[in-house]
Design a protein around this ligand. Structure first.
Ligand code: ZN
Length: 83
């Protein structure tokens, strides 16, 4: 394997790394709830896309409620010293 002939200057390294950055994500506003949404995707908070409901948000609420009640059943003690 070949080895670089000389050390890259700090300026050359910084020039190379000038392209290593993230671009800001383009968002629009939801027509229904006016929250920022990614284009071509249903709204994460109200589930609307192109003026109609495409994701049932009440289903998500039910699921989180079920999870919350399930964790409350967990009442036994665990061993504190496991090292
Ligand atoms: Zn929305």
């Amino acid at each position: 394997m070949s080895v670089p002939a000389s050390k890259k200057s700090s300026s050359a390294a910084r020039r190379r790394r000038s392209h290593m950055h993230l671009d800001p994500v383009n968002t629009g506003l939801c027509e229904q709830c006016k929250k920022p949404v990614l284009s071509h995707r249903a709204c994460g908070s109200c589930g609307f896309y192109k003026g109609r409901q495409v994701v049932d948000q009440s289903r998500d609420v039910k699921r989180t409620m079920k999870k919350a009640t399930h964790t409350q059943d967990h009442d036994h003690d665990h061993e504190a010293s496991e090292a």
